[in-house]
Design a protein around this ligand. Structure first.
Ligand code: FES
Length: 589
């Protein structure tokens, strides 16, 4: 196997391959399997694209090669597999020149186009290993993560009749977290996001979008009113056509956001806050992917907006104190609140005075304190952020005596409050201020979760070696319920002035190596966002301590998804996975 001509290599004698039936040669970075059948000779990458089994040990019948490990079948002519969970083979062009076999080391297919197609296969058929391999390969081929996200977004908004759900939320949260992660964890985050979204769509009917109104759209104010009326009476078709028309008419994002966030706050804490949370995520997704995706993305919010439970219907919001009535009185005052001046904080003293009231047990005082802050000229986004910080503090002080499921009660409030805060930063409005009050009422309702309050991490508590914060955290997160220890490490590291980017990357890694949990991801992403806004203040620290406690309470998991990712990663690196796994299996037996 030597004389080369361009990319063509002479690799064997025809008679030798035919006599052996199968032959393995090394050429460049490939180990190539040659197969003879009749007067045809085929050349393929010898590693099974599924999990690396050496294909020369497979069986060839009538041009169909069967791998002996998991029995995937491949057409040797094209390399295509008949088992979608495997992958297509790398096939090399072959020429017979007299008695010589020549192979072209440039595989036949367009790797980029083929990998994108495989990514779509992975989404359509929910194939986690295919998704992981496709993400790794696309990034290696220079694909922009935003483009990968866009493929996921387009898929997710079309293939789930129930509209925007946890999968798209996880995908967007993962994109938001990318800058905080170690570069080695970024493909892992994309894999989790796409896999969550594919899981959400698996077996679901697709959405058939409703067309916009024919002809020029009505004026924006009328569309705004109609949209809210349709959501009010739970008319999904009417609401979707209205929204599609507003997008089609080219109304600016701020106007459309006004419609959606008004409808999301016309009732109290809709769907335990998920309706507004998803709406905020949808706008974040558009910020990443581009406004050209607004139509299908925003209309996918309609199902949860119209069908979500309204807390007017929930006993805890009505008894013993009628919180809904209390809020409605406050909302009558909102139109008299002067528009906040972003350049000034007015007479507002800052979050410190408001937080103890928010954490108190007097809803009347909470409502009055919020109104007072707004009257004093507090920036609306800062009031929203203060409520999010109070919600984080509930988790910092979450008592381990609570039922385990109550972690999610506290999480829902924090995630909602953080979403209101993010939305207020982008699209401030009086209607959205109602979400701030809802979040504050939910913080109030969660007060029993802090009885007795978990102790705050002590000044000077043991934090391990700050130079090894990653190892310390990973070791603690390998143990069950090391909630206080992890909180101490995080608090101590921050107090000692440790570099925040290392801590965020370590917590991010702690999240990504575990099996996915929608709520843990919501918690971490919201905490990272809050931390970056409140950085250098106790409010920022609370967000990260809360996230660390929540994560520690929910790990370790079986890490099955991590196992899949690692297989993909090692195959991608060209490691000899088969031999090693086969050895492990024998050892286990
Ligand atoms: S089918 Fe070949 S390694 Fe799994």
């Amino acid at each position: 196997m030597n004389p080369a001509s361009g990319s063509w290599l002479r690799v064997a004698r025809v008679s030798d391959v035919q006599a052996a039936g199968t032959m393995v040669i090394r050429a460049g970075r490939y180990t190539i399997a040659l197969f003879a059948e009749g007067d045809r000779i085929y050349a393929i990458d010898n590693r099974c694209p599924h999990m690396g089994f050496p294909l020369h040990r497979g069986t060839l019948r009538e041009g169909l090669l069967t791998c002996h490990w998991h029995h995937a079948r491949f057409d040797l002519q094209t390399g295509g597999t008949f088992d979608l969970w495997a992958d297509d083979l790398i096939v090399f062009p072959v020429e017979i020149r007299g008695e010589e076999v020549w192979v072209n080391l440039h595989p036949r297919e367009d790797r980029h186009a083929q990998t994108r197609a495989r990514l779509e296969d992975g989404l359509k058929h929910h194939l986690p290993l295919v998704l992981a391999k496709s993400v790794l390969r696309l990034l290696d081929l220079g694909e922009d993560p935003v483009e990968i996200f866009r493929i996921g977004l387009e898929f997710g908004v079309h293939y789930r009749r129930a509209g925007w759900g946890p999968g798209l939320t996880i995908l967007t949260a993962m994109m938001n977290m990318l800058p905080y992660l170690d570069p080695r964890d970024r493909p892992r985050a994309l894999y989790h996001g796409l896999d969550a979204m594919a899981e959400d769509c698996e077996g679901a009917s697709p959405r058939f979008p409703i067309r916009s109104l024919p002809g020029p759209a009505s004026d924006p104010e009328r569309l705004h009113r109609w949209f809210r009326q349709f959501v009010e009476v739970r008319d999904a078709e009417g609401a979707e056509r209205c929204l599609a028309s507003a997008v089609e008419a080219g109304l600016p994002p701020v106007v459309i956001a006004g419609m959606i966030f008004a409808a999301a706050t016309d009732h109290r804490y809709i769907a335990v806050g998920h309706a507004l949370d998803f709406a905020n995520k949808a706008f974040e997704a558009l910020e990443i992917a581009g406004w050209q995706h607004a139509g299908p993305t925003l209309t996918s919010l309609v199902p949860i907006l119209v069908s979500g439970e309204r807390m007017e219907e929930n006993a805890a919001w009505r008894h013993p104190v009628d919180l809904v009535a209390l809020l409605e009185q406050a909302f009558e005052i909102l139109p008299t609140i002067p528009a906040a001046d972003p350049a000034s904080k007015g007479k507002w003293a800052g979050p410190e005075r408001l937080i103890p009231v928010l954490l108190g047990d007097q809803p009347v005082d909470i409502v009055e304190a919020l109104l007072e802050a707004l009257r004093e000229g507090a920036p609306w986004e800062e009031v929203a952020g203060t409520v999010a910080a109070a919600a984080a503090l509930r988790i910092v002080r979450f008592s381990m005596n609570n039922e385990f499921s109550d972690w999610d009660t506290a999480l829902h409030t924090f995630s909602f409050a953080s979403a209101v805060h993010q939305a207020m930063r982008r699209f401030p409005s009086r209607a959205l201020l109602r979400g701030v009050f809802d979040a504050a009422m939910s913080v109030y309702l969660d007060r029993f979760l802090n009885i007795p309050p978990a102790p705050l991490p002590e000044e000077g508590s043991a934090v391990g070696d700050p130079d090894h914060v990653e190892e310390t955290l990973q070791a603690l997160l390998n143990r069950q319920a090391a909630v206080q220890e992890v909180a101490s490490v995080v608090a101590g590291y921050l107090r000692a002035g440790g570099e925040a980017s290392r801590l965020l990357a370590a917590l991010g890694h702690g999240l990504l190596r575990e099996d996915r949990n929608f709520h843990t991801i919501q918690m971490m992403e919201a905490a990272f966002r809050q931390f970056s806004i409140w950085r250098g203040t106790p409010l920022g620290d609370w967000a990260l301590i809360a996230a660390a406690r929540y994560l520690a309470a929910h790990v370790p998991t079986r890490r099955a998804q991590e196992q899949t990712y690692r297989i993909a990663e090692r195959l991608h690196r060209g490691e000899r996975l088969y031999e090693e796994l086969a050895g492990m299996e024998q050892g286990e037996r």
